[in-house]
Design a protein around this ligand. Structure first.
Ligand SMILES: [Zn+2]
Length: 448
């Protein structure tokens, strides 16, 4: 009998090991801090380039692979936005090299307002000298290659792993749309909606060592507005967690913080403090044994056609072209140029929506643009059955995405901010319906 038992044990061991570490996972980080004083993004009022750095900026990648070989890559960046060309570049390169189809690639930006300008389209906020534009173009080209190389490195680090989900809370995000007699103003509004959840995906290797955490929060990275490169609270949170867990990579996954600010704000001490608060929340989330997150992996990606409200007539644009408001004037010029070139002003925007399903254990939904908090609250209410993680600021970040409520209320996130883009103006009132029907369609698809 004895030899038989040995044989059974020998065969049983690899099977048990595979069941314990159902995934392969790898993470990597690269520094993307500009090495020269580029113009900084985030505020129209900036009047000079960066004066050094307070912290480095990073791009990071987490790649997971299920037992069938299906992969997911989540790329997070300490940057203001994601131009479509950036996603296109990464998707094309990574798809060819690593068997990663577009629906399995997520790009997400922290929206730090202390990063470089990375968009040089038809309309930018600043009057940049030619040398500055050339330096930014050069930076963008290097950045694109770094985003591909960080995925290369994460793939190279793939090792057997277990995933777990848990969450905690952090309280420094507050709604910033204060209702006043003069409309909604950008000020702390403690009675407005918030999503202070801190979702955490824990990655542990076969030896039980914590290798990576992906964590989310729905809040603008706007504690700071100075002239030094800095990851703001999200940068400090990643740094604090990595320092207290050596050998671990922490990736910040921005949520639907379009109408949320960190309060109080204004100093680097506060940014560091908010970062520590968030890192502490990750530790709190990891206290109970995280819920296992098991394969298989399923992913879906599609574009919802979002319509704009009717654009101003040509006569109105000609009038606005004479405006004393520099941004109103420039916006009108850009739209008139569009009319001249294309014979019409664009009516739609192809809006990226993505859904990721981990077995029966976790659903992620990613949305493009600066989504307001109503989206994460609504999606978490309507998509049930397992925990749901909603990320905004993903795949194409080009402007604010108001909910129907915010659109009707008006104010910066509904209308005002459109002045700083080449988009014709506010979205049509059905913007939320169009996004939500695409979300439900994709969630159904990955759960079939
Ligand atoms: Zn913003």
């Amino acid at each position: 009998m004895r030899p038989c038992l040995v044989a059974i044990l020998l065969f049983a061991v690899p099977f048990v090991a595979r069941a314990d570490e159902p995934w392969k996972a790898g993470a990597a980080a690269v520094v993307i801090t500009p090495d020269q004083p580029l113009w900084m993004a985030g505020y129209a009022s900036r009047d000079k380039p960066a004066e050094g750095k307070a912290t480095d900026l990073f791009a990071k990648a987490l790649v997971v692979e299920d037992p069938s070989g299906k992969r997911l890559a989540i790329i997070t960046m300490d940057l203001i936005s994601i131009p479509k060309a950036m996603r296109d570049h990464v998707v094309q390169a990574v798809r060819e090299k690593h068997k990663l189809p577009p629906e399995s690639i997520v790009l997400n930006c922290s929206h730090t307002h202390c990063g470089p300008v990375i968009r040089l389209g038809t309309y930018i906020l600043y009057d940049l000298e030619e040398s500055q534009r050339a330096a930014i173009e050069k930076y963008i080209a290097v950045l694109h290659e770094k985003l591909v190389s960080v995925v290369d490195q994460a793939v190279a680090h793939l090792e057997p792993a277990k995933l777990g989900y848990s969450h905690a809370r952090a309280g420094f995000a507050m709604n910033r749309r204060l209702p006043t007699d003069k409309g909604y103003q950008n000020s702390p509004y403690p009675d407005g909606p918030v999503d202070q959840d801190v979702p955490v995906l824990r990655v542990v290797n076969a030896e039980g060592k914590l290798k990576a955490v992906l964590f989310g929060y729905a809040c603008h990275n706007t504690t700071l507005s100075f002239f030094q490169f800095c990851g703001d609270y999200a940068g400090f949170a990643q740094q604090a967690f990595e320092e207290s867990h050596p050998g671990t990579i922490a990736l910040f996954f921005m949520g639907c913080g379009g109408d949320q600010n960190p309060y109080p704000r204004g100093t680097i001490e506060l940014a560091r403090q908010h970062g520590r608060t968030l890192a502490t929340a990750i530790d709190a989330a990891l206290l109970p044994e995280p819920q296992p997150v098991r394969p298989p992996l399923r992913t879906a990606f599609a574009e919802a056609a979002l319509e704009f409200a009717p654009a101003p007539e040509r006569e109105e644009l000609v009038r606005l072209q004479q405006s004393s408001n520099k941004y109103e004037k420039r916006h009108a010029e850009v739209l008139l140029e569009q009319l001249k070139q294309d014979g019409k002003i664009r009516q739609e925007y192809p809006y990226p929506v993505q859904s990721i399903q981990f077995g029966k254990d976790l659903t992620m939904v990613t949305l493009g643009g600066e989504t307001v908090v109503d989206y994460s609250l609504r999606i978490k209410k309507e998509v049930t059955g397992n925990p749901v993680w909603v990320a905004g600021y993903s795949n194409d970040v080009f402007g604010y995405i108001p909910s129907q409520r915010v659109l009707k209320e008006g104010g910066y996130e509904a209308t005002g901010a459109m002045l700083y883009t080449s988009l014709p103006g506010p979205f049509a009132l059905d913007v939320e319906d169009r996004i939500m029907s695409k979300v439900h369609e994709l969630v159904r698809q990955v759960r079939e």
